[in-house]
Design a binder for this molecule. Structure first.
Ligand SMILES: Cc1cc2nc3c(=O)[nH]c(=O)nc-3n(C[C@H](O)[C@H](O)[C@H](O)COP(=O)(O)OP(=O)(O)OC[C@H]3O[C@@H](n4cnc5c(N)ncnc54)[C@H](O)[C@@H]3O)c2cc1C
Length: 417
């Protein structure tokens, strides 16, 4: 028997779960009995949520502003006015989740457990009588007189309203494989270029490999065709394939955007608080005072040991035994390399390593309620739209905001009808 619903939500991720709860609450508030279902391809809802924020779920940021977003950012201004971080924290508090602000405005559940966020959604879905249908990988949607016919390989449901929140392409091992984009095309939508973002950057292997496992504070600058484009400070992690860490994640979007046709490099300034001249002066002092210090240990007291040795090795192909034998020109070359530790970028890692998708359905294809302009009765929410945020809770904030907006609007449209 084909089940009929008033509202079906495709995707039980952050945006879809919030949309379903918001829709059910809106219907309750207006004393309307509506049948609502979440259709999820995975065996369980919210798998990705559990992986967010290293298992702690950085669910919003006190510094939400369009400057932290990329894509069709203009269109999200009214949404962020309506759904400020304070509002999102208040909404979570009303659902039973206490939150706490940490460093750099990042907000987490008070108990620092992502599972708490999923638990409150599971509880809400149950108490609001929202049906959760798992193992339902939607592969086709047809517009009908009833509303929508939504099919998987083995099942079909009908719904008067449809909220699409199937995510992007990032981290497909947790369910979001981009299938939503193809389905939405059949309903009249388009999709911009898609590329992985908030991801490790691959560099020329000879440079990266010897440093594998090391971490170092740095000011990282992306340079395209010789011109500096963006600088972010933070901790750089050196990996087998290249560079990682939050500051590199922030630069990775540009790598995807510019593509490999451009010459892209990342420059690390490993002592951003000091000028090259100051560093030279300090190294000269070491050379003059520490007679028995081996030359390759020159930077042991300054930088991560592995990084320091590699800098000395690369700056000085002919290394004397002791630091005191280094000439002024050689010390100047080391100081220069500390400020200009450069990596040729060869691309980013793959979708399965990416935290988010850059690109998606253009925002001008939905109205301010997230309703499709191409297909009335269809609402879009979350990562599948052409907006992506920086690291720090900005992406989940987008998922909650669009989830609430679409859920409330879909419910209201039933009532208005
Ligand atoms: C490891 C990791 C850590 C992250 N940490 C943070 C963080 O701390 N803070 C932050 O702000 N952001 C973080 N992000 C990004 C954030 O998780 C996403 O932006 C957010 O989850 C997007 O929500 P969404 O609901 O749009 O998509 P998703 O969370 O991807 O949910 C989409 C759901 O739809 C389902 N689905 C897909 N296709 C179909 C289909 N055809 N039929 C039925 N169901 C389907 C999927 O299985 C999935 O459950 C992180 C991402 C990753 C990968």
């Amino acid at each position: 028997m084909i089940q009929e619903f008033d509202i079906a939500v495709v995707g039980g991720g952050a945006a879809g779960l919030m949309a379903a709860v918001a829709a059910a609450q809106e219907c309750n508030k207006r004393h309307i009995h509506a049948k609502i279902a979440v259709l999820e391809a995975n065996t369980r809802v919210g798998k990705k949520l559990l992986a967010t924020g290293n298992g702690r779920c950085n669910l919003t940021n006190m510094g939400i502003s369009v400057s932290h977003y990329h894509g069709d950012t203009k269109a999200c201004v009214p949404l962020f006015e309506q759904y400020s971080p304070q509002n999102i924290i208040y909404i979570f508090a009303s659902l039973g989740l206490l939150c706490k602000e940490q460093d750099e405005g990042r907000v987490y559940p008070y108990n620092a457990q992502a599972s708490a966020v999923l638990d409150i959604f599971r509880f809400q879905l149950k108490s609001l009588c929202v049906e959760t249908i798992c193992d339902f990988a939607v592969n086709m949607v047809q517009k009908t007189d009833f509303g929508f016919k939504i099919s998987s390989a083995s099942d079909t449901v009908l719904a008067k309203r449809l909220i699409f929140a199937s995510g992007g392409m990032a981290y497909p091992q947790l369910g979001s494989n981009g299938s939503g984009f193809q389905i939405l095309t059949t309903l009249g939508h388009s999709c911009t270029k898609l590329f992985p973002a908030l991801i490790q950057v691959k560099t020329e292997p000879r440079r990266a490999k010897p440093l594998k496992g090391a971490r170092s504070a740095a000011s990282a600058t992306l340079i395209a065709n010789g011109k500096p484009v963006k600088t972010v400070d933070g901790e750089v992690q050196f990996t087998e394939n290249g560079l990682s860490g939050i500051c590199i994640f922030e630069l990775s979007r540009l790598v995807g955007e510019l593509g490999t046709n451009n010459k892209i490099e990342i420059n690390l300034d490993l002592m951003p608080e000091y000028t090259e001249q100051q560093i030279f002066g300090m190294l000269k002092h070491i050379g003059e005072t520490l007679n028995s210090l081996p030359a390759d240990e020159l930077l042991n007291g300054y930088l991560n040991k592995l990084v320091g040795r590699e800098i000395v090795r690369q700056a000085l192909p002919h290394l004397p035994e002791f630091a005191c034998n280094l000439k002024s020109g050689e010390l100047a070359a080391v100081a220069r390399m500390i400020k200009n530790f450069r990596f040729a970028v060869t691309g980013t890692m793959t979708w399965k390593d990416a935290q988010i998708t850059a690109g998606g359905v253009p925002l001008d294809e939905v109205d301010e309620d997230m309703q499709s302009r191409c297909c009335p009765g269809l609402y879009l929410a979350g990562e599948l739209l052409n907006i992506d945020g920086d690291c720090g809770g900005f992406n989940l904030h987008w998922a909650w905001s669009t989830g609430i907006a679409s859920g409330c609007a879909a419910a209201k449209s039933l009532i208005e009808k």
